[in-house]
Design a protein around this ligand. Structure first.
Ligand code: NDP
Length: 400
């Protein structure tokens, strides 16, 4: 018996609902979200595809008492949070109060400051431990599989990892002039902030998109890749202290960057409220309302995503080793299976599998834990059959 409460009926929630419904370890599933009709639509799609009915509910996940009431009434074993990063802390609070385990795919961000770091969530560790509850942080693809790849490499291939470059390429084409692949507000906040990487025991800050170079992605070819800050760097350097340099690269097309620059220059990326016709609006939230819904991109999306980790260091045999582990995901295949594009798919598949790892007692331990703190083996044994196979290359030119 394992009751799974999924919170958030967006692109990622759609994939989690499909994958969880196909997994018999979850005996009961509920999908709760702010707009119940969206959860109902997903439940219909799941019933048609998988032949299993999941329950739905309306919830405001910013409201702790409301969450606690739902949890006390429905009694989930775990809340899987694929709403927005703003909801991480309210859902973690509610889980503590109602005695429910927790999993998410993105670390907490305050609404009024474009800043994400683990400190807020790590501060819950003692309370979760005392309550005998587990919170699994960052179980999407990046963060998520990216950190599990590092744990896998550290366990099986390296005596010491010295450098890590996480390389994230979306070579897909959705045919729109401008759209974001996941929640536009979160996406634009993430990619317009300053870059940051870890080197020789300290963080080095860069201007946004200041450092870039072409990187060659398998089955895709060279793509201009930009150094940005990404949250898993913070937890990975903590848990793998031999890493001397850790960086994150993401590809952006010229068109995308031009749109982004205009959006910033005209003030539409602002996250502080402005008055418009006597009503307070937050420009980036208004922008989200007029941009394409990432969930709607799937139908015409073609091409591949490629996300992986390039590492160097000393191998188990004491010799220098370079290593590249990656997954390529096809937008069209993701759409055929779940009705969403590959960015939602690559996030939702690991989230559902992480919850299954916990449900089956393969990932255990009370407290607030990042994915790389669990045994990577059972996860890596199943991630391929769940739809995200990995490939490993040894002693190759890492390019970075
Ligand atoms: P969407 O915007 O498509 O979906 C978010 C959903 O959460 C919407 O259904 C929204 O409701 C719901 N929601 C928002 N606020 C609340 C609230 N207060 N109470 C209840 N429900 C709420 O986003 P995505 O599916 O693209 O992304 C989901 C999460 O996944 C995000 O946190 C994102 O950062 C993360 N992510 C992680 C990645 C990784 O690899 N680790 C990659 C991509 C995304 P409504 O429909 O009413 O707006």
């Amino acid at each position: 018996m394992f009751r799974l409460l999924i919170i958030g009926a967006g692109g990622v929630g759609t994939v989690v609902a499909h994958k969880a419904a196909a997994n018999p370890v979850f005996t009961e599933i509920m999908l709760a979200s702010r707009t119940k009709s969206k959860a109902d639509d997903i439940a219909e799609a799941v019933a048609a595809k998988i032949g299993r009915r999941i329950e739905t509910a309306q919830i405001d996940a910013d409201n702790v008492p409301e969450l606690v009431a739902l949890m006390r009434a429905w009694k989930p074993d775990m809340a899987l949070n694929v709403a927005l990063p703003y909801q991480d802390l309210p859902i973690m609070d509610a889980c503590l109060e109602a005695g429910v385990n927790y999993l998410d795919t993105a670390n907490y961000e305050p609404k009024d400051e474009a800043k994400f770091e683990y400190s807020w969530q790590w501060a819950y560790h003692d309370r979760y431990q005392k309550a005998g509850l587990t919170a699994i942080l960052g179980c999407g693809f990046d963060p998520g599989v990216s950190a599990i790849y590092v744990a896998w490499a550290a366990k099986h291939h390296f005596k010491e990892i010295h450098t890590l470059d996480i390389v994230d390429c979306n070579a897909g084409n959705h045919g729109m002039a401008f759209a974001t692949n996941f929640n536009p507000e979160i996406n634009i906040r993430e990619v317009t902030q300053k870059g940051k990487y870890w080197e020789d025991g300290r963080w080095v800050e860069t201007e946004p998109h200041e450092i870039h170079q072409p990187i060659t992605y398998p089955e895709i070819g060279p793509r201009e890749s930009y150094l940005i800050y990404h949250e898993e760097l913070e937890s990975i350097i903590k848990h793998f202290p031999t890493i001397r340099r850790a960086r994150f690269w993401m590809t952006f097309g010229q068109e995308y960057l031009t749109h982004l620059r205009v959006i910033q220059n005209i003030g539409m990326a602002r996250i502080d409220p402005v008055m418009y016709n006597g009503v307070e609006i937050v420009p980036i939230q208004f922008l989200k309302a007029v941009l394409p819904d990432p969930k709607s991109l799937g139908e015409n999306y073609t091409g591949l995503t490629s996300i992986g980790c390039r590492m160097s260091g000393i191998g188990k045999d004491g010799q220098p080793l370079t290593y590249y582990i990656y997954n390529n995901c096809d937008h069209e295949q993701a759409y055929r299976e779940t009705g969403t594009q590959a960015v939602s798919y690559t996030t939702g598949v690991p989230a559902a599998l992480g919850a299954a790892m916990f449900a089956r007692g393969l990932w255990t331990g009370p407290g607030v834990l990042n994915v790389e703190q669990f045994d990577p083996d059972p996860f890596m044994a199943e991630i391929g059959e769940q739809g995200l196979p990995f490939h490993e290359l040894f002693n190759v030119d890492l390019e970075v």
